[in-house]
Design a protein around this ligand. Structure first.
Ligand SMILES: *[C@@H]1O[C@H](CO)[C@@H](O)[C@H](O)[C@H]1NC(C)=O
Ligand SMILES: *[C@@H]1O[C@H](CO)[C@@H](O)[C@H](O)[C@H]1NC(C)=O
Length: 343
């Protein structure tokens, strides 16, 4: 009987050992498969095509713009049919802002879940807004021959402005309104999209650039070299007075000043040569100026802070507000900086 017991004991031991070995092998295989899959997906998601991102940025600016137009039409309808008051108007502006934000922000993150997107707005009401699928929209670049580049999303910050010139939106000054998307790599803006949703002139509503890769055809045409001797400053309507005084001291009476609204609008006026410098003296938000900075620099222009003369970093860790003013020019940048430093 003892021998029999002994045999059973050994059998069980063998069986236990087999089970343990089996278990270890299965666990190791699972671990191997899991890590592999994990590494695979994270690498795949984190390295993205900048060309796809450009296409997505362009589409995002356009769908944000169509949300703004939709709300505008609603406002027009409410005023004409119901005699809505000014208060009601302001509510609808908030609505335009957040609907454009939701459409832009969430459609970008849908395609690139691991990128950092910084917006003027927050997503608190976004469950009401339908997010477009902008995954397969590369055809917006069909007319362009662009070499692609693959970049790790850790280096990318996307800045969006869902509605630039909000105040003018309530005042029906629609020419100033833009939606903007900007892509910064390691803090440097390399792609800019400025969309004017209410512009009806052909080829004049959508402008974009990707430094050293491609520039939208209308920008190539718009940008003319200026041999204008008299400076034409474009400045913000909301604090024009201060700059008038400073400009008179800096340039004497040989200066023209245009006041306008919307940062996106003003950058394009500098590109077209309608103005020779965009000057801003108070604090300004970075989502207002990222896309314009990208477009101007792609075309050979320069954008710096006005008073400390530094280039502007668009990293997510930097301040969202620019404190030291803004100067944007297509040429003679140093000359302008010098004029203002003497004030
Ligand atoms: C608009 O752009 C298209 C394509 O580049 C061009 O064929 C057309 O002539 C342009 N129209 C105007 C009014 O510039
Ligand atoms: C520049 O000025 C011209 C003429 O006033 C105007 O038609 C155009 O819209 C302005 N802006 C741009 C970006 O071309």
């Amino acid at each position: 009987m003892r021998g029999f017991n002994h045999i059973i004991h050994i059998r069980m031991n063998i069986r236990t050992r087999k089970t343990i070995i089996c278990g270890v092998v299965i666990s190791l295989s699972l671990l191997y498969l899991y890590t592999n899959r994990f590494l695979y997906t994270s690498v795949r998601d984190k390295n993205i095509s900048l060309k796809l991102l450009l296409a997505a940025a362009i589409t995002a600016a356009e769908i944000g713009g169509s949300e703004v137009i939709a709300v505008h039409n609603q406002v027009k309808f409410e005023i004409e049919s119901k005699g809505k008051t000014k208060e009601g108007l302001n509510d609808l502006v908030t609505e335009a802002d957040y609907r454009s934000h939701c459409a832009m922000y969430h459609s970008l993150l849908e395609v690139f879940p691991s990128i950092t997107v910084i917006s003027e707005e927050t997503s608190k009401n976004c469950d009401k807004v339908v997010v477009s699928n902008i995954k397969d929209n590369i055809n917006v670049l069909n007319d362009y021959d662009i070499k692609d580049e693959i970049i790790n999303t850790d280096d990318i910050t996307v800045w969006i402005d869902p509605l630039d010139a909000t105040k003018e939106f309530t005042e029906n000054l629609l020419q100033y309104i833009t939606t903007m998307v900007c892509v910064a790599v390691k803090g440097k803006p390399i792609m800019g999209v400025i969309y004017k949703p209410f512009e009806t002139k052909q080829n004049s509503s959508l402008f974009w650039s990707w430094t050293n890769h491609a520039i939208s055809k209308n920008l190539q045409i718009l940008h003319k070299l200026q041999d204008e001797k008299t400076p034409i400053l474009i400045i913000s309507q909301s604090h024009a007075g201060q700059i008038y005084n400073v400009a008179k001291i800096a340039f004497g009476k040989d200066v023209n000043i245009i006041s306008a609204a919307g940062a996106g609008y003003k950058f394009l006026e500098v590109v077209s040569g309608n103005a020779t410098a965009y000057v801003h003296m108070t604090a300004i938000k970075k989502w207002d100026i990222c896309a314009g900075t990208a477009i101007l620099t792609a075309l050979g222009g320069t954008v710096t802070q006005l008073f400390d003369q530094q280039l502007i970093s668009f990293s997510p860790s930097d301040s969202k507000v620019l404190q030291w003013g803004l100067l944007a020019t297509m040429s003679n940048h140093a000359w302008y900086l010098d004029k203002f430093s003497n004030v």
